[in-house]
Design a protein around this ligand. Structure first.
Ligand code: B12
Length: 254
């Protein structure tokens, strides 16, 4: 029963991404499951911050968090690298997948309800106050705990299909078997490695500043790029940069 539900959830997510009909932008998703009793979830307020919700805040009686990631294609993954501001293809993929995350999570939640469980979805992004850019629910922390990846020096969660991916997660009262811990490729700048490509690529040095104990001041850059795209290129796109991902030698893994 438990295994059937897990299999069906994975199938729904994969089918729905396929139905978007953009194999030029998105690859097959990966899905992970983590129990609310996992130490990374129990201690989430200490790990991420005191403002972060507990599973119980999101869904009373929650037992499992379902995290999923949609990897970008090679074309999307490397698009921001040489873009003057935001990459147009990266931006298109960003907007399209955000819209679909909501749809996909709702379909999974409806399926779980049809099986007699409660479920609640969480917005993929833009759920925060611009003056304090932190969300009350960190999708990548959930994905990390669900075995989908490991954090890199660029603060990005890298998966076995690379770091050019996007995340979403939802909660359910169903008790589902947790996924195995992540054992894929990891950031080459951590654990004694000497790679600093992402740090060097940040147009405003936000990562270096953060590494040196300062704030992570990347928010202004996202806004500046949005304004510049309208002003100089007459295109209104999402305020995305993405260079810290695109330059990573492991941004795209086949
Ligand atoms: C607010 C926000 C921003 C803010 C930055 C806020 C900040 N201080 O980090 C701004 C607007 C600047 C921004 C920029 C970008 N963002 Co943004 N953003 C978010 C949002 C909405 C909330 C993130 C948040 O609350 N951050 C606060 C910090 C404390 O939490 P966190 O970053 O999620 O995770 C931290 C902890 O988990 C902890 N951690 C470290 N080690 C470990 C180990 C363990 C075991 C655990 C459990 C945790 C842990 O470190 C993490 C990084 O600090 C999320 C969506 C969401 N709701 O999750 C997307 C999200 C993080 N953004 C994303 C992306 C892609 C970007 C950009 C590349 C721009 C773009 N869209 O193209 C840049 C990259 C910036 C970067 N290098 O981190 C993706 C990340 C994908 C990935 N592969 O990791 C997300 C998950 C959106 C999505 N739905 O996919 N973002």
């Amino acid at each position: 029963m438990n295994q059937d539900i897990r299999t069906e959830i994975e199938k729904i997510i994969k089918d729905e991404v396929r139905k978007i009909g953009r194999p030029d932008l998105f690859r097959e998703p990966m899905v992970g499951f983590v129990s609310v009793d996992d130490p990374a979830i129990v201690n989430v307020k200490e790990i991420v911050g005191p403002w972060h919700d507990s599973p119980e805040d999101q869904l009373p009686g929650a037992r499992t968090i379902i995290a999923y990631t949609v990897p970008f294609t090679k074309k999307v993954a490397h698009d921001p690298e040489f873009a003057k501001f935001s990459g147009l293809v990266w931006s298109e993929a960003y907007v399209l997948i955000n819209k679909n995350f909501e749809l996909i999570s709702n379909i999974v939640a409806d399926y779980l309800r049809s099986q007699g469980y409660e479920a609640s979805t969480v917005k993929a992004t833009n759920d925060y106050d611009q003056s304090n850019p932190v969300s009350s629910w960190s999708h990548r922390t959930m994905a990390c705990a669900a075995g989908l990846g490991r954090f890199g020096m660029n603060r990005i969660l890298m998966t076995s299909k690379g770091s050019a991916v996007r995340y979403c997660s939802l909660l359910t009262t169903a008790e589902l078997t947790p996924s195995r811990p992540y054992d894929g490729p990891v950031c080459m700048g951590l654990d004694g490695g000497d790679c600093t490509i992402c740090l060097d690529a940040c147009p405003v040095g936000a990562l270096t500043h953060w590494f040196d104990g300062g704030n992570f001041d990347c928010q202004d850059l996202q806004e500046t790029y949005h304004d510049k795209m309208i002003e100089e290129l007459s295109v209104d796109t999402a305020g995305t940069c993405g260079k810290c991902i695109a330059v990573c030698p492991l941004a795209y893994i086949e």
